[in-house]
Design a protein around this ligand. Structure first.
Ligand code: NAD
Length: 318
């Protein structure tokens, strides 16, 4: 495993991080025992960053991760979230941040989080996130209940605003640095660098679009993006290559991200993904895929919160 430091925190994190949303069946049902074994194998392989949220499986993923970490909590960096509880259920109030943390700690069977994040901030009111939510996260940090705080989201402009106007330690951005979209590097990264804020890059497989199985029904990308992803996957197949492997190598090679989170609920995925660590993407294969994706490269979609969308966002599919 290779490790990088997360911004100005002293956290040394594995460049491949464990995304726990599949433990909550976000990509379809998984076998619970296998999900727990996947967590344990990841720790054996040197993965030390684990990301979860009360939202994933509506608390199921936190419960399962808590069970899987039994006796191993001290070996890992544990990140969870607050503010999002269902597809359309958000509460970024100070009061809910405090109760949400207590509930997460209980489910995760621990008395502290390493990283505590406001989840999907573009769905909240910006003034509240800046004036109430983040200050409450920081209060939790001062009380020693969490070590570092941050925010997560898809739209890059709101994340950049938060980075510029609050004292967060890290930002989790998803689906914005991968084979389909690298806008993160231009829009968000300069502000993070300037402020010494750590970057967690999530969804290098573009939420399963860049896999043989293809995107889940709920994937919000416009049809043209999904179609380009499918064509790139088929083309890789014809070259005898696995697009997931290439996509992961590409993301892991981005040195500005302290860790890249891949959603894993299967032992075989942990085994495969660990093999991508330290391997550069094949230049010819990468060129071929980028050529296919070029017409839709960096196409981002809207979130259901008009005032917080990136200016160039196009309507989401669902
Ligand atoms: P992803 O791009 O990591 O794709 C995950 C999917 O790919 C899962 O269905 C998984 O089973 C499958 N997969 C994993 N490895 C594979 C392989 N080698 N071959 C084929 N399929 C494979 O998307 P993601 O799970 O959404 O993102 C990773 C993690 O980042 C999440 O689990 C979550 O922890 C975090 N995340 C956070 C936010 C947020 O805070 N707003 C949003 C998205 C993701």
């Amino acid at each position: 495993m290779i490790y990088r430091t997360l911004g100005r925190t002293e956290l040394s994190v594995s460049i491949l991080g464990f995304g726990a949303s599949p433990l909550g069946h976000e990509f379809g049902a998984i076998n619970e025992t296998e999900g727990i074994r996947a967590v344990q194998l990841a720790i054996e392989k040197g993965i030390n960053y684990f990301d979860v949220s009360p939202y994933y499986g509506r608390t199921m993923a936190e419960e399962r991760l808590g069970a899987a970490l039994d006796g191993k909590r001290q070996q890992i960096v544990l990140a969870s979230k607050t503010g999002r509880y269902d597809k359309d259920q958000f509460d970024f109030s100070a009061e809910r941040v405090v109760t949400s943390l207590e509930e997460s700690l209980k489910r995760l069977r621990t008395d502290y989080l390493d990283v505590f994040q406001a989840h999907d901030i573009e769905f909240g009111n910006k003034a509240q996130i800046i004036g109430e939510t983040v200050p409450t996260l920081i209060k939790m940090k001062e009380q020693g209940k969490v070590r570092f705080v941050g925010v997560t989201g898809y739209q890059l402009n709101p994340l950049r605003d938060l980075a510029e106007n609050t004292d967060i330690d890290m930002v989790l951005s998803y689906c914005r640095y991968n084979l389909m979209d690298t806008a993160l590097d231009r829009v968000l990264m300069p502000a993070l660098r300037r402020r010494g804020i750590g970057l967690v890059n999530a969804s290098p497989l573009h939420m399963r679009l860049l896999t043989a199985r293809g995107a889940p029904d709920w994937h919000p990308a416009p049809e043209a993006v999904l179609e380009a992803g499918r064509r790139a996957t088929d083309w890789c197949n014809r070259q005898g290559a696995d697009i997931s492997e290439l996509a992961l190598q590409f993301a892991l090679d981005y040195a500005s991200a302290a860790t890249t989170l891949v959603g894993m609920g299967k032992v075989s995925h942990v085994e495969r993904n660990v093999k991508a660590v330290g391997i550069k993407p094949d230049a010819e294969l990468l060129r071929g895929v980028q050529e296919i994706i070029k017409p839709v490269a960096d196409t981002c979609w809207t979130s259901d919160c008009p005032e917080n969308n990136d200016p160039e966002a196009v309507p989401a599919r669902v």
